[in-house]
Ligand binder design. Structure first.
Ligand code: 5AD
Ligand code: FES
Length: 357
């Protein structure tokens, strides 16, 4: 057996140790990628069949106290037109998402201290009360364990917090000096131990990122065992320090989607909007490389053009009805059906919860 065949056999079984992915990533070629995708699709199909899960994202505030070098809504970007949605507006938007058939709503914002824990809990409770069959995912950044516990007790089911990179040196280059990878990891571990379905992930082709950094991401993810893994290409934003760096590639993103599917057959892995931004068929290609989740934006149209993490973001003009119809059509065209379930991680059992916040 040649070295190549040995590696193929191991990664095909999801047994290649992360350290050994470096040559596979560095020496990838279209033929290898196609082989990887066919294995990833098979693995995905064995767990999820033809179904793709939808998540309705509500980007409810683009205020951010943080200052990540890659992000268009960073605090220092004085050109970003800021907005915040009220509790009532968020509930209305969640109601629309529900009426279009979404059974998960993702509440996403910058790190916005204007929403107290009580308010976040109130919003979560409102949604869970009005639409008990809908899962609530939060994606509102780094908080204390106590805050995470309160949101969970209020009914939040899942939490997305990309680790961004598991490399301490790269983290320092991407993030402001006061944000530490140690705290990010602490957050993810707290979220896990509280009982959330947890999402981590990273950008591909971020400035200064090397293959070794990606290997560290794989090692980290293997340890964390997140239920969800969100990855997408880095795309520069014109009003950030990283404006002149090239975007990551669709090709590397797809390859890593395939790798992640083989390593984590049961993970919920979205084909992200950033992927769809770099390639009009990016999300379809993502699904065909091993992803199984699509996250259409259902924010009110007047806010969509303001939640700009990167330049050129798609779906800033459409409304929620159009986006869900569009996704249904697009998925049907590649032989997938849209699931109408909450789309929890396989085998997930909701634990008993204390009421209140
Ligand atoms: N390009 C691509 N992805 C980005 N994100 C933030 N800024 C960018 C960018 N310029 C991603 C981060 C963040 C998620 C919400 O969006 O990974 O966690
Ligand atoms: Fe928004 Fe297609 S997903 S228009």
């Amino acid at each position: 057996m040649t070295e190549r065949e040995r590696i193929r056999e191991l990664y095909g079984k999801g047994q290649l140790p992360p350290e050994e992915y470096a040559p596979l990533i560095d020496e990838r070629n279209p033929e290898e990628a196609e082989y990887l995708f066919s294995l990833a699709r098979e693995r995905c199909h064995a767990v999820f069949g033809d179904e793709v899960y939808l998540r309705a994202i509500i980007e409810f505030s683009n205020y951010c106290a943080s200052d990540c070098n890659y992000c268009g809504i960073r605090r220092s970007n004085g050109k970003a037109e800021r907005y915040r949605m009220s509790r009532e507006a968020i509930l209305t938007c969640a109601g629309r998402a529900h009426s279009f058939g979404f059974r998960t709503v993702v509440l996403q914002s910058g790190e916005d201290p204007a929403y107290s824990d009580e308010e976040i809990c109130g919003i979560v409770r409102d949604i869970r009360r009005e639409f008990p069959e809908m899962a609530v995912t939060l994606s509102i950044g780094e908080k204390s364990r106590e805050s995470y516990q309160r949101y969970y007790d209020a009914g939040a089911d899942r939490y997305l917090l990309r680790h961004e990179t598991a490399s301490f040196s790269l983290y320092k280059r991407l993030k402001p000096a006061n944000q530490l990878l140690e705290n990010r990891i602490r957050c993810l571990l707290d979220l896990k131990s509280i009982g959330y379905q947890v999402g981590a992930g990273m950008m591909l082709g971020a400035p200064y990122q090397q293959t070794d950094d990606l290997v560290q991401d794989l090692l980290f993810l293997r340890q964390l065992q997140p239920e969800m893994i969100g990855i997408g290409p880095f795309i520069p934003h014109k009003d950030t320090p990283f404006r002149d760096f090239p975007a990551g590639t669709v090709e590397l993103t797809l390859f890593m989607l395939g790798v992640l599917r083989l390593m984590f057959p049961e993970a919920l892995i979205p084909a992200t909007t950033a992927l769809g931004t770099l390639d009009p068929k990016g999300r379809e290609k993502g699904i065909l490389a091993g992803a199984n989740v699509i996250m259409p934006n259902v924010s009110p149209v007047e806010n969509r053009g303001k939640y700009l993490l990167y330049d050129g973001k798609i779906c800033t003009g459409e409304d929620a009805a159009m986006c869900s119809a569009c996704m249904e059509r697009r998925m049907a065209a590649i032989g997938r059906t849209i699931s109408r379930s909450r789309g929890d991680a396989p085998g997930w059992e909701k634990k008993d919860r204390a009421a209140g916040c």
